[in-house]
Design a protein around this ligand. Structure first.
Ligand code: PEP
Ligand code: MN
Length: 368
């Protein structure tokens, strides 16, 4: 007969904020051969550290429920006490990103009447890099006419080779802002360095933190102090928990507007640029109230695979789809091979518009 563990406290009775600020629970699993002497020593240590504890003896194994201030519990070296086999935290390490903190889906206002989350689906489109005003304007007109509601374009490009085009920098930011204003679309652009945050903040509506910088904690702290949404892309070898922990950096700095982005992870199969983890979307939605965007462009790197993966993102639960579009992919300064033409993008949007209502999603028209 398994023994039912009945702890004397009620975590539910505490408000989410109190749970975060004050108390948390960990379960200590004792070694099967833990002696009474070791057990008393464990109790002594827990009391010394100011934790409450409750022993529950099982037939084969015993466990101790420990309650205390969360940070103190997290940092206590409980696993080092003789007789302790393992320590399990009951609360998720990414508190602010989790449903434990907020029980409704986050909705963010991106400007120009465009919202994301809670039934609002965004369509982000534009070139990989900003290459000039005329070309960006041409692409922006194309994607807006097709139904995109957020314009993208990189001014600072994280390139694998230092000899590749690195972006137009501030000149690119100015172009993006001007085109966004003219087209009445919110704009998103990547920030690569904490020292660029102030500058990028002057021009953008949303910050993008790219896959290569998902764990640039100084950058996360910096954008965490801004009052604008952050599109946080999943690192190439980041687990879902890694991604949520990076979101937690931004959230814990006070910026509550984090949008997660699945853009594929590295895999053994070179037939696609990356491996799109579409299951990550419902997986993350079960763990977090934050909106999730899918980027089939960087995930597949193949124009033939981008449309089907974009469609599949909607039933998977995505709150946004991010697609690179260029009016002349063969002349693109970066990622031309994966860019859709504006007319191909328009086809994709047409189908997404048909699918979206089936999954209770609406797409806001920008400029409203
Ligand atoms: C990009 O959006 O152009 C980009 C570089 O994306 P990622 O960080 O996902 O590679
Ligand atoms: Mn790109």
């Amino acid at each position: 007969m398994p023994t039912c563990v009945n702890f004397p406290w009620s975590a539910k009775a505490l408000s989410p904020v109190n749970r975060i600020a004050e108390r948390s629970v960990v379960i200590i699993v004792l070694k099967p051969n833990c002696t009474d002497e070791q057990l008393n020593h464990i109790f002594e240590k827990l009391e010394e550290m100011g934790f409450r504890h409750e022993l529950s003896r099982g037939v084969k194994r015993s466990v101790i429920g420990v309650i205390g201030e969360e940070d103190a519990l997290r940092n206590a070296p409980l696993k080092a006490i003789p007789g302790v086999e393992d320590v399990h935290s009951v609360l998720k390490p990414y508190k602010l990103a989790s449903w434990e903190f907020q029980d409704y889906p986050s909705v963010f206002d991106l400007g120009h009447g465009v919202k994301i989350g809670g039934g609002h689906l965004i369509l982000i489109a534009g070139p990989c890099a900003i290459e000039g005003e005329d070309i960006l304007m041409e692409i922006a007109k194309g994607v807006k006419a097709a139904g995109a509601n957020v314009l993208r374009g990189g001014a600072f490009k994280p390139r694998t080779s230092p000899y590749s085009f690195q972006g137009l920098g501030e000149e690119g930011l100015k172009i993006l802002r001007a085109v966004g204003d003219e087209m009445q679309m919110p704009v998103v652009t990547e920030v690569m360095d904490p020292r660029q945050v102030e500058l990028v903040n002057q021009y953008t509506d949303l910050f993008q933190v790219g896959a290569r910088n998902m764990q640039n904690f100084n950058l996360l702290n910096e954008v965490g102090q801004m009052n604008k949404p952050v599109l946080l892309k999943r690192g190439m070898s980041a687990t879902v928990q890694d991604l949520l922990m990076s979101a937690e950096y931004i959230l814990s700095n006070g910026n509550k507007q984090v949008i997660l982005c699945e853009r594929g992870v590295r895999s053994f199969d070179s037939s696609t640029r990356n491996l799109l983890d579409l299951a990550m979307v419902p997986n993350v939605k079960g763990l977090s109230h934050l909106p999730v965007v899918v980027d089939p462009s960087h995930a597949t790197g193949r124009p033939d695979l981008i449309p089907p993966m974009a469609y599949a993102s909607v039933p998977a639960g995505a709150d946004g789809i991010h697609i690179e579009v260029h009016s002349c992919p063969e002349k693109a300064a970066s990622d031309g091979a994966q860019a859709l033409l504006p007319e191909q993008f328009a086809e994709v949007v047409k189908k997404i518009r048909e699918i979206a209502p089936l999954f209770d999603k609406t797409i806001d028209a920008p400029g409203d």
